[in-house]
Design a protein around this ligand. Structure first.
Ligand SMILES: *Cc1c(COP(=O)(O)O)cnc(C)c1O
Length: 429
């Protein structure tokens, strides 16, 4: 693989400066990027790439979308930041749009944060407040702390609360002990979920009732693995039977990515199940940092009261204006239809390209992956990069695709053409 060190003088100069001043949490950057347009991006040495990662499902409108640029520019010239002692028009409009797009019931409310992890932090805190209202739970005398259930292979972020609900042992264990009373059910196995709901063991803080289940409908970081709708229906039924909340983490799947505003609106993912709360982030502001939580209905929303939660930047007008522009363009430019069509084109192209390296494509809309016949995803992503295509090794044996929702049919053909030529004898380091 060619890292920046083997590139031209310009790129390698930036790389050594990068290393001098940044903590090494992301490894060595592959390139130093300079500018982009649509689904195309250029590095500081002038090399062009077709971007099928989109900043990991963030750049919904691609790079430098004129409406998005205009919205941010105009807002920056008016008012960029205010404290939460005040409100701004874009923040109110975006909250209204999100509630509307989610089809959330009358009385639903939004909390804005700045990232996916922060959306999930808010959800976990809300679930904890909800837990305290349940029969048998704190703060009653003799009450026990309610529990939260997450799924194996799930990913919810890296702040300590979100990390507590994130499964991957490598990234969890160095930071233990984490938030107590979060338990993991085996993903896709309803019996495992039932066992947790019915367990009443002694647990360090006592095994109280289950307050909430938090889960993804497509486990993105786990390799783009879709849930079985029958399983989701079963989880909903368990939550209903026990009075627990069902929270969908739609940080990666939300805001048009799977061909609907939210993945739960796809029956082939949710089986028609409606959650009690949804978290969102990545694509919501088209590349501006923003995330948050939609609580469905008035009573759940009312659990947060002044002081329960907050952030200095929450609902920042610039981020909110970027969000309004992003949702408006997704609507007006029919980008969810495009996500559905281009996603199918991509998966069909990969299934029929004749390269034996590819053993099946999966996903919905423009959140997709291709299974590799052997574990060579890192080598494959590096090979693609050298051939002008950005994709991501989401698992040792799978590549992930999350291109901008504006990606064209020609872009998809070009992506498939590069991958078709990929050598079959690649190996991971
Ligand atoms: C990316 C992601 C997060 C974390 O979002 P950050 O903005 O990186 O904090 C949480 N949940 C899911 C499903 C994600 O894909």
């Amino acid at each position: 693989m060619k890292s920046l060190e083997t590139l031209g003088a310009d790129g390698s100069h930036w790389l050594s400066e990068y290393k001098d001043v940044h903590m090494n949490v992301f490894g060595t950057p592959l390139r130093v990027l300079d500018h982009g347009l649509g689904s195309h991006v250029w590095d500081v040495d002038g090399n062009e790439y077709l971007d099928f990662l989109g900043g990991i499902a963030v750049n919904s409108l691609g790079y430098a979308h004129p409406k998005w640029v205009a919205a941010i520019t105009e807002q920056a010239g008016k008012i960029a930041h205010i404290s939460n002692y005040f409100a701004s028009e874009p923040q109110i409009r975006l909250a209204e749009m999100l509630i509307d797009k989610a089809g959330a019931p009358e009385g639903s409310h939004v909390y804005f944060g700045n990232s996916g992890a922060e959306g999930n932090e808010a959800a976990i805190k809300l679930a904890k407040l909800y837990g305290r209202t349940m029969p048998g739970a704190l703060p009653k005398i003799g009450g026990k702390q309610a529990r939260i259930v997450a799924l194996t292979h799930g990913f919810h972020g890296r702040t300590l609360g979100a990390l507590s609900a994130t499964w991957k042992p490598d990234i969890r264990t160095p930071f233990e002990p984490l938030v107590p009373n979060i338990e993991f059910a085996t993903s896709g196995d309803l019996r495992s979920m039932e066992d947790i709901f019915s367990s009443t063991g002694k647990g360090r803080y006592g095994k109280g009732p289950v307050a909430a289940v938090i889960m993804e409908l497509i486990q993105g970081e786990a390799g783009v693995k879709a849930m079985d709708p029958e399983y989701v229906k079963g989880v909903r039924a368990l939550c209903d039977a026990h009075g627990a909340l069902l929270i969908f983490d739609e940080v990666q799947t939300g805001i048009g990515r799977t061909g609907e505003w939210f993945a739960f609106q796809r029956k082939d993912l949710s089986g028609g199940v409606v959650p009690d709360a949804v978290t969102f982030a990545k694509g919501v502001a088209g590349g501006f940092p923003m995330g948050g939580l939609i609580a469905f209905g008035a009573s759940l929303s009312a659990l947060f009261t002044p002081g329960s939660h907050g952030s200095t930047f929450a609902g920042n007008p610039l981020a909110a204006a970027a969000g309004v522009a992003t949702l408006t363009a997704i609507q007006n430019e029919h980008l969810m239809e495009n996500a559905e069509d281009r996603g199918r084109q991509l998966r069909d192209g990969l299934e029929h390209c004749g390269n034996p390296l590819f053993a099946g494509a999966r996903g919905r809309g423009l959140l997709d992956a291709v299974q590799l016949s052997h574990p060579c995803a890192h080598a494959a992503a590096n090979w693609a990069l050298e051939h002008g295509l950005i994709v991501n090794a989401v698992a040792p044996d799978a590549l992930r695709f999350a291109p901008p929702l504006v990606v064209t049919a020609e872009d998809v053909d070009a992506c498939v053409a590069v991958l078709t030529k990929m050598p079959t004898d690649l190996k991971n380091d």
